[in-house]
Design a protein around this ligand. Structure first.
Ligand code: F6R
Length: 617
């Protein structure tokens, strides 16, 4: 969940400044403390502290290092072991201040290892699990091995997850990067500069050429070169494929918007247009695997899980088989006695690194080798792809805001495209009918564009109206329950309000007792098969004094007329568009959450206690 960055160069570059800018671009991975180390004249110079990067920089000028320095490591932390304090922030050093380590992940056996090192006389300064690594390396170096072998022998003793970048005061141009279960990418400007980072945007202003490190691989970075080895076969270098990243830097920077969250909401139309171009062959492959499956599960976490709930609904409509949705953290517990060998699992993850999801699919494969994993992710080469039989990549581009926005809509879209492939293969609908669903999907980018252009003032007005209400509901039926849940999650996450997305029918069985005169309820009401029943639910709340805010399509009459405030999504009120309503309705709720965060003086890009990629259980 932390962000790590390293640079080694033979160019006259300000490495401290580059490292600082890089961790700012990684701040979404964690932002409770940070630090930078450079190597200069056989010494390590460290600056670190607790707080947000910009605040720390104001205090201690994080990037102010001597000119001749050619190497730097930088870290932005999301605390796991030990609170966010200066002492616990990275880098961590050995007893002689010669070895510096930055780490993303959790070392499970650090207590045993720490006791072992303490018994050998090592002195620890922090409460972190990470600090064990420089001491293990220091201990290994006493045995006259080189730095690479000292690192290899150190990580072989560690259990858990790590993306590590390491430097040594006596190795002026060397960074060692090694990973297990935590992402690590190496970027390269041939012959000049080599970078490592937990995410591509960190080095994207300098190079688009990169290598993706796999589990148990180690990379030796020198200025403009890199060599790769396997941790468990570290005598011979190995070849790896160079990837060229297509993302533009623009996509990773704020580009005039106040926050990444807002920028990424406005990028949704283009993200959807790109995703609409995903090739038919890969969609058809997915579709065929689902058609031949006996048992189908869909699993994910957080926003991706709500995208899964929407997708399951859309796919099931054309597949004619039940798909069971299970949160990935519960996957093993729920299926330990029942996962059949011919099961297919759809796994969805924006980052492709969510540890509970990786663990769920790994467990499934171990338990039944013939189980097939179909994954949907936004990140090429992410961990999930290594455990998958088939992969679909959403084309959302880099999502930096901690709150998932454009990835949600692209995840639902790509599942919708799979659903239509299934419809074609099964021939259950006429060509003409299927084409109408495609036309609806292709009109979505424009629908969202029109909504974003004309409805911002209304959303701001609603936010001001709801300002005093610490709690309220989003209520819905059918597929819109996924929309309601995602809306509730966004508000909890960025606006710190406990707002629930709930089934409108189920709300009668308890939550309705919260309703008083003026209590707000937001009804999500696309004109689908649940609409008439939802009108009935709405009346139940209205007659108890509830203040009704509704989210409906442009030409809606009934619910719009019954509501105190109506948000209208500019889309046709037919069944073709309604099936995909989570894609067109959720942006309104994302915008609501965004402006609610601003109303409460919260930074929507840095919600309290959160990190974008959750790589701990
Ligand atoms: C909410 C959010 C999280 C993620 C969840 C899964 O806005 O971003 O709930 O959706 O942590 O992350 P991925 O999709 O990377 O597996």
């Amino acid at each position: 969940m932390c962000g790590i960055f390293g640079i080694t160069t033979n160019q006259n570059k300000p490495v401290g400044k580059i490292a600082l800018e890089a961790i700012k671009r990684l701040e979404y991975r964690g932002y409770d403390s940070c630090g930078i180390v450079t190597q200069y004249e056989s010494q390590l110079l460290v600056k670190k502290d607790a707080g947000k990067i910009e605040e720390i920089n104001q205090r201690i000028k994080l990037d102010d290092f001597p000119n001749g320095s050619r190497l730097a490591l930088a870290h932005t932390r999301w605390a796991t072991h030990g609170p966010p304090t200066k002492i616990n922030s990275h880098p961590h050093l050995d007893c002689d201040d010669k070895i510096a380590v930055i780490h993303n992940g959790i070392l499970e056996n650090f207590i045993e290892l720490k006791e072992e090192m303490l018994s050998k006389g090592h002195v620890f300064k922090s409460e972190t699990d990470t600090e064990i690594i420089p001491h293990l390396i220091e201990e290994n170096l006493k045995k006259n091995v080189d730095l690479k072998d000292a690192v290899v022998n150190a990580v072989k003793k560690c259990k858990g997850a790590y993306g590590l970048a390491i430097c040594h005061a006596d190795y002026p141009d060397t960074i060692i990067a090694v990973r297990r279960e935590s992402p690590l990418i190496v970027g390269i400007e041939e012959g000049k500069t080599t970078y490592c980072a937990s995410d591509i945007p960190a080095f994207l202003p300098y190079t688009r050429n990169c290598y993706i490190l796999e589990d148990d691989e180690i990379a030796i970075l020198k200025a403009g070169t890199v060599e790769f080895y396997d941790v468990y076969n570290s005598n011979f270098p190995k070849k790896k494929d160079l990837h060229h990243v297509e993302w533009s830097m623009d996509a990773a920077e704020k580009g005039g918007y106040e926050h990444f969250m807002l920028k990424e909401i406005y990028e949704e139309p283009d993200a959807l247009r790109r995703t609409l171009k995903v090739t038919n062959d890969s969609l058809k492959d997915f579709a065929k695997s689902l058609l031949s499956a006996e048992n189908i599960y869909i699993t994910a976490a957080g926003t991706s899980f709500y995208a899964a709930l929407a997708g399951k609904f859309i796919i099931t409509k054309f597949l004619g088989k039940y798909i069971q949705a299970i949160e990935c953290s519960e996957f093993k517990t729920e299926l330990i006695n029942s996962l059949e060998k011919d099961s297919v699992i759809i796994a969805i993850s924006q980052s492709g690194e969510t540890i509970d999801l990786i663990e769920a699919i790994r467990w499934a494969k171990d338990y039944q080798a013939s189980v097939k994993i179909l994954s949907i992710t936004n990140i090429v080469g992410s961990s999930i792809t290594r455990h998958s039989d088939k992969i679909l990549i959403t084309q959302a581009g880099p999502e930096i805001g901690v709150a998932a926005t454009k990835t949600f809509v692209t995840q639902v879209l790509i599942q919708s495209l799979v659903a239509l492939e299934i419809a074609k293969l099964r021939k259950i609908e006429s060509q003409n009918e299927i084409q109408k669903y495609y036309d609806a999907l292709h009109s979505i980018p424009e629908v969202i564009e029109r909504f974003l252009t004309k409805s911002v003032d209304l959303i701001k007005y609603i936010v001001r109206n709801l300002e005093k209400n610490l709690n309220f509901f989003f209520l819905a039926r059918g597929i819109s329950i996924a929309t309601a849940k995602e809306g509730g999650l966004k508000l909890k996450e960025v606006a710190c309000r406990f707002i629930e997305g709930y089934s409108a029918a189920h709300a009668k069985h308890g939550p309705i007792s919260l309703v008083r005169e003026g209590y707000p309820i937001i009804f999500i009401a696309p004109p689908d098969e649940t609409y008439e029943r939802l009108v009935g639910n709405l009346m139940e709340f209205k007659s108890r004094g509830g203040k009704i805010i509704s989210l409906v399509v442009e030409d809606d009459k009934k619910i719009g007329d019954l509501s105190d405030i109506t948000i209208r999504i500019p889309q046709p009120g037919d069944k073709y568009h309604s099936l995909f309503s989570p894609i067109t309705f959720v942006p309104a709720l994302q915008l609501l959450a965004y402006y609610a965060a601003l109303e409460h003086n919260l930074d929507p890009d840095k919600p309290l206690n959160l990190a974008k990629t959750v790589t701990v259980h």
